[in-house]
Each structure stands twice: as C-alpha cells, then as structure tokens.
Design a protein around this ligand. Structure first.
Ligand code: NDP
Ligand code: BG6
Length: 519
C-alpha cells in the first residue's frame, strides 16, 4: 500500500543505508573517517558537495567519527567556504544547532596541487584531526581535469592511511576528452590505485529513475518478455536543459553537447536499458553486462547524426531569449560547437538488431522545457481488427502505438501509453490513455535523496554499482570518439534553431525515417 512509503522526512532508503553503514563497520567501532574536498573553493564544492555532506550529516547517515577537510590554493577560512555554500544548504530554523556541530567537524587548509610538502602537510592535518593514522579516507576531486594527474599522484604518495584504513578516490567527469586521453588518464590512475579504490562519478547513475530501470526490467515478467526487437520499434533517450551555457561558455565550447552529456549520462542509461540480465546485483556483475552491450554497438554512421546550435530569437520580448550561443562573450564568434545533438545507434546483438536507439540532447535555454526521459515505443499491433472504427472516428487511420515512458526528471514517473475503449461509447471507439505511476501522487511524503547524496553514501559503503568502471568508459569513448572526429573532419552542417523552438525538424524527420511514430 502507499502507506508503507509515507514516512516523515527520512525515508526508508535512508534507514536502510544507515543500517548498512553501521553494520559494515561494526567490527571497528572506533574507526574514524576523513572526507577530503580537494578544490573546496570551487563551484562544484559550493553547490553540490558541501550541501550534500551537510544533508547526510543532518540526517544521521554518516559514520559517527568523521571529519571533513577542504583543500585548495585559495587562502580562505572554513567559515568563508561555508558562507559561499550557505544558500545551497537550505538550513531550516530548527537545524541551527546541528548545523553548528557539522561546521565544527570541518576545517580548511590551503596548498598547491603539485608540491609534495603540501600533501604531506595535508596528511599530517588529517592524522591530527582524526586522532588516527588509520582513519578511512575519502578524497573528492572537485577540480579541473588539468590538475587530476598531479593531485592523484600526490594523494597516493603522501596521504594514504595506515592499515586497516582504506582510501577511496572520487573523480568527476570529464574523464578525458577522447579515447586516447581517457586511456592515458586511466593508465595513470592504474599505476597509483587499484580499480577498487577509484569511484568515477556519473551523477545520472544516482537518479531515482535511472536506478529503477534495473528493477523495472528484471522484476516484472510483463516487461522482460517484450524487451527486445520482436516487440520494441525504437527507443529514445532524451535530455533537454533549460539553463543556458552562459555561466560555463568557455568550458562548454571546448566540450560540446556530445561529450558533455551523451558520452556519459545518455550512454550509461542506454547500457542499463539494453544490457542482458546480470548474474547478481553486485557492481561487478552489473558492470560486466553494461560493458558487454556497449561492445555490441555498431560504429555510428554520420548520416545518423544531427547537430545544431541555438540562435537568439530577436522578436522575443525576453531579453535572454534574444541571445544566441555565439552571443556569449566566452564563446568564439565562429564556434561550431553543438548545443544540440541527436545520435542514432544500433546494437548488433540478437536482442536488439535493427532497433534504433535515439540519443537526443540539448543544452541551452533554447528548448522549451527541462526534461530527461526514456521513451520505449512498441511495434504496431498485427492484424487490422479496428480499422473500420478508426476511420469512422476519424483517428488518423492507425492505432496509436504503446509507449512506455520513464521520466527521470522533473517529476519522476513511469507511464504506459495504451489504447482503450472510449468510456461510455456504444461502439469500439478507441482513444489513447495512460497507465500512470507518477511518483508525487503515488508516493506522497517520500523524500527522494538527490543523486549526490546517494552516490556519496555509496562510496562510504564501498558499493560500486553506480560508478563507472574503466572498461565502460573505454567502450563509451570507442563509440563516440570516431563520430566526434568525423563531425569535425567532414564539417557536418550545424543546424541553427531558434531560442524556444520545439526542436530541430531534421532530427524529428530522422527519427521518423527510422520508424518512430510521433502521436
Ligand atoms: P572550478 O572551475 O570551480 O574549479 C575548482 C577549483 O579548482 C577552483 O576553485 C580553483 O581553486 C581550482 N582551479 C580552477 N582552475 C584551475 C586551474 N586552471 N588550475 C588549477 N586549479 C584550478 O570547477 P568546478 O567546481 O565547477 O568543477 C570541478 C570538477 O567537477 C570539474 O572537473 C568539472 O568538470 C566537474 N563537474 C562540475 C560540475 C559543476 O556543477 N560545477 C558538474 C559536473 C562535473 P583554487 O584556485 O582555490 O585552487
Ligand atoms: C552535467 C553537465 O554533467 O549534467 C551539465 O556537465 C548538465 O552540462 C548537467 O547541465 C545536468 O545534470 P542534471 O542533474 O541537472 O540533469
């Protein structure tokens, strides 16, 4: 019943995690933990990491003996760091005491990213604060990638805990900018760390509905029987972003939409949607299957790629809408970086041969909504039993296709579009409707932890399910790299689209050509 899920503030997921953390560590009751935020002065630390640590601490799901150390080059105090982060922390009236306690567990130290003595200093500080040389250590690298190599090396050299303390290194994307640089960085890390110690974050793996794909697919016979080329006509994985690139114009221009979200977030979703059933729910078994299916993806053809870039809508009354991507002063005037991309991929295996997987991503305020969703469209019903009724009722002559939609954000939902008899009518009048599982309605009162909360907890627990393994990364680049090179080399036409446009005509046409039907 719904009731089971309607708990106050801390939901059952938290309770479960709390039990797991304490029981995992029950043999070492006095074990301390130190969480390092390297790049503490930066944007990610301010907007995501500090607020997440605060929420986890507030909700009592972190280990008891824990301290947090921020590190970067800027000369700052921990109070200044917290001030910068304050507006993202959303502290409630009655939380001030516990917030003060959290603040006291935090400290800050400044130092370089390339000098041994600074990391020795950081190590001494950690020993002192935790009163243990063997405290478990978690390092979050919230830094630009140009310093990943030196920082990861110095951490490994100077900041390892004495046994039995372990070290876990959390790294943010981008993991390279192409196959070669990604492999080079992986090799660098492999010299210093075991794969066990490395946690590559793809925050989409921490989202509720992405995690739900596994359950949906493998615990429902109704879906497992039809999850293949016999029943599915096509799959769309769609990412639309309302916020513009203005804050990150120079970063974005180097990267483009394909590297920014398709190579990682959308590829990850694709692999979970399409993989075979893993042997178990362990991280290794799941990731083995994800890699296997990625290996079956055929080289992408340039004809299956559409790229676009948004232009301002000069007629708009909204001044922001008047500006196009090239109006950003951090973007070169002749930039051909796509803010829109659609890539159609095919998986050459027995389950999926011939089924188009359409990955579509737009980052800018140029499209009319923020959304991430998966649309699985089923094949037409064979036999034409309702043809007469359809024409009589003037319903474009064919039955609408069933479609399963998994809405990742906003407003998590799963709904299945089906045909039904129009209620009350005497004949077989048909209309399309939905079997609807909208989370806000079905699970009222349940607090869904955000992606960073889940993922940081996963690191504490040593769970690798939701982190990217090096071979997954390598496969994702193997698929994307050649097409990036070809787009560049063949100067693929970049289609302009207006701020606020619904989409790009050519991209919809390409999807239709692959057999997708828009209703
Ligand atoms: P920032 O640009 O804010 O950099 C973080 C810190 O690194 C800065 O405060 C600065 O600290 C130091 N730094 C900045 N530039 C340089 C440089 N050229 N050389 C050496 N140090 C430098 O990055 P973000 O916090 O935005 O991102 C951190 C990482 O997380 C990046 O890899 C990014 O791609 C990734 N990421 C970020 C997201 C976000 O929302 N911000 C989302 C997803 C991933 P100081 O000068 O004090 O040393
Ligand atoms: C990041 C991309 O990885 O994901 C950003 O670098 C994008 O460009 C963001 O905006 C989207 O994340 P979310 O969780 O807001 O959908």
């Amino acid at each position: 019943t719904t009731k089971k899920f309607t708990v106050e503030k801390i939901d059952y997921i938290y309770e479960r995690l709390r039990t797991q953390i304490t029981s995992n560590e029950s043999s070492i009751t006095s074990q301390s933990y130190v969480f390092f935020i390297i790049g503490a002065s930066g944007d990610l630390a301010k907007r995501k990491i500090y607020p997440t640590l605060w929420w986890l601490y507030r909700d009592g799901v972190l280990p008891k003996n824990i301290s947090f150390i921020g590190y970067s080059r800027s000369q700052l105090t921990i109070e200044q760091i917290f001030e910068n982060s304050h507006k993202y922390m959303k502290i409630q009236e009655d939380e001030h005491d516990i917030y003060e306690k959290f603040l006291k567990l935090n400290s800050y130290i400044s130092g370089s990213y390339d000098k041994s003595e600074d990391f020795e200093n950081l190590n001494s500080k950690a020993n002192k604060i935790s009163h243990q040389v063997n405290a478990h250590r978690l390092f979050y690298l919230a830094l630009p990638p140009n310093v990943y190599e030196s920082v990861s090396e110095l951490i490994s050299k100077h900041c390892r805990a004495a046994s039995p303390g372990w070290l876990r290194l959390i790294i943010e994307k981008p993991f390279g900018k192409d196959l070669e640089s990604s492999n080079k960085f992986s090799q660098h890390l492999n010299k210093l760390y075991t794969e066990e110690e490395i946690y590559r974050i793809d925050h989409y793996l921490g989202k509720e509905m992405v995690q739900n794909i596994l359950v949906l697919r493998f615990s429902n016979r109704i879906f497992s029987r039809v999850w293949n080329r016999d029943s599915i006509a096509g799959v769309q994985i769609i990412f639309k972003e309302k916020i513009g690139t203005h804050r990150h114009g120079s970063y974005f221009d180097e990267v483009g939409i394909i590297r920014d979200v398709i190579q990682n977030h959308l590829m990850q979703i694709l692999s979970i949607l399409a993989m075979e059933k893993p042997r178990s729910t362990t991280g290794e078994d799941i990731r083995d299957e994800k890699v296997k299916v990625l290996r079956c993806i055929a080289p992408i053809k340039l004809e299956n790629v559409i790229v676009g870039q948004y232009i301002g809508d000069k007629k708009s009354t909204d001044s922001e809408r008047q500006l196009g991507y090239l109006d950003d002063k951090n973007v070169p005037k002749d930039s051909t970086t796509p803010t829109y991309a659609q890539i159609i991929v095919f998986i050459k295996n027995e389950r999926w041969d011939g089924v188009p997987f359409i990955l579509r991503a737009v980052r800018s305020k140029a499209l009319n909504e923020r959304k991430a969703e998966i649309r699985i469209q089923f094949r037409d019903v064979p036999g034409r039993m309702f043809d007469e009724e359809l024409s009589e009722n003037n319903v474009e002559g064919t039955l609408a296709r069933d479609e399963l939609v998994i809405r990742i954000q906003p407003d998590e939902a799963i709904y299945l579009k089906i045909n039904t008899k129009r209620p009350g009518e005497m004949n077989f009048s048909i209309e399309e409707t939905e079997l609807d599982l909208t989370y806000n309605e079905r699970y009222q009162g349940v607090k869904l932890p955000n992606a960073y909360e889940r993922l940081i907890l996963d690191v504490f627990m040593g769970s690798k399910i939701n982190f990217v393994r090096s071979d997954e990364l390598q496969e994702a680049w193997r698929i994307i790299d050649p097409i990036l090179a070809e787009i560049e080399k063949k100067k693929l036409q970049i289609i302009p689209y207006k701020f606020g446009a619904i989409g790009i005509r050519e991209a919809f046409d390409a999807a239709v050509k692959q057999g997708f039907i828009y209703t």
